[in-house]
Design a binder for this molecule. Sequence first.
Ligand SMILES: C[S@@+](CC[C@H](N)C(=O)[O-])C[C@H]1O[C@@H](n2cnc3c(N)ncnc32)[C@H](O)[C@@H]1O
Length: 232
Amino acid sequence: MTTWLDFWSGSPNIYVNDRHLRVHCDRIAQDVARLIGTAPGRRVLDFGCGDALAAPTLAKATGATLLLYDAAPAVCQRLASRFAGAANIVVLDEAAWTTRPAASVDTIVMISVAQYIGRDDLVGLLERMRTVLTPDGAILVGDVIPPEADLVADLVALLGPAARHGFLGAALIGLVRTFFSDYRRLRANLGLTNYTEADFIALARRAGLHAERLPLNPGFNQKRMAFRARKI
Ligand SMILES: C[S@@+](CC[C@H](N)C(=O)[O-])C[C@H]1O[C@@H](n2cnc3c(N)ncnc32)[C@H](O)[C@@H]1O
C-alpha cells in the first residue's frame, strides 16, 4: 500500500464499529445541512463522501439533489448499491466526475479529504471544482488539519461521542488497534497535508477562489478548520 487512495480502496478500519460510523455520518450531515441551509432544486456534490450513510438526511434537510463521488472504487461500488433508486441521490463514478459539465453544481462539499492530497494536486482539484461550480456557487472544505498535531483534540473527538453514544469500550479497543494499523503506518510514512488558516486561503487563491474560514467545522473535532470558497 503506497498511497492514501490505495488505503481507502482497501478495507480501511478507521471507525471502531458500525455505531461509530453511523454517529460520525449523522453529525457530519447535520453540520453540513446547517452550513448549506435549504437549497431546494439545487445540486450539491459531496466529493470524497466516503460511505455517506446519512446522505438521505442531508438530501431531505436541504431539499437539494445530492451528487456523491468518491475516488476509491470499492467505496464507489458500495455507494452505487446503497443508493440505487434513492430519491434525490445520484452516485457519480470517475467518468461522470471527470466529464461533469461546467457550471453544473451549486455547492461542493469536501470533508476530511484535503489532508490526503498534496498541495499542488489540491490546487488542481480546486480549479476543476471551480469549473463545475455555478457562478454564485460555493465550495465547503471541512476538517482541514492545522500544523500543530493535537492529539488531545483527536482523543476528545473520539471518546466524547463514544461515551455519549454507547461505544466507549469499542473506542478504547480501537485506540489500541489504531496503534498497530496501516493508517498509523501510512500517516508516519506519507504524512497528512496540514494548513494554517492563511496557507489554505492562499492556496485557494491560486485556484481562483476566495476562501474564508467558518466558525464551525463539520464533525466532532473543532480544532480542525472549515472554509467556504467562492469564485473570485
Ligand atoms: C476520511 S474519509 C472522509 C469521508 C467523508 N467525507 C466524511 O467526512 O465522513 C476520506 C475519503 O476521501 C476519499 N478520497 C481521498 N482522496 C480522494 C480524491 N483525490 N478524490 C476523491 N476522493 C478521495 C477516500 O476514498 C475516502 O473515502
